[in-house]
Write a protein that binds this ligand. Sequence first.
Ligand code: ZN
Length: 235
Amino acid sequence: MKTNIKAWWLGHSAFRIESPTGKVIYIDPFLSENSSTPDQMKNPDDIDFILLTHGHEDHVGDTVELAKKTGCTVVAQVELSRLLIKKGVSQDQSIEFNKGGTVDFDDFSVTLVSANHSSSFGGEYAGEAGGLVISFEDDICFYHLGDTNIFGDLQIYGELYEPHVIAVPIGDHYTMGPEEAARCCEMIDAKIAVPIHYGTFPVLKGSPDEFKEFTEEFCDTEVWIPKPGEQFLGK
Ligand SMILES: [Zn+2]
């Protein structure tokens, strides 16, 4: 697959992506307390955008500290965005939106879509959990499913956004496990699926190899299993 995007999986649900013009995007930057993130990647200082799927600690992670340090733009659902402002993210750097909404930047856009999960932040209501569809201009579409179980709208998202690469939670317990995740791949019909949200904590026991086996059985989507910290696009 030809792309000018660079992408690294940082463990759990966290990604670093560099757009074709070099904009640095972090998704769900749970880094400093993330046992699977390599040490040298726990405290980045070159961030332009942070995009969040929902308010749970293993997704918001270091957002407030990183936003203060780098001055990056923080994109989140409306309720979560307002809670982050109360915690010290400035209004100027915050962009709130909601499901179905798209925000456009220089060379990419982000659409918030549904996920079937819950959301809270610091014990407060943080809206609903979502997924993020990131479309790069003249390049690929990357769909991060967030935390979710299988649900019927995934089929529509597959048809509507035609994502090339999807990030799919497989860990079980707090999200779906490998077999259900493989059925999601069948519904979305992307070229490549990357398993996420497994192995970070003992209860997240879903295995990426099992996910790969099920996916190969159900559909043509190729499963790539990067190591935490590994660059898997644009090498
Ligand atoms: Zn989670």
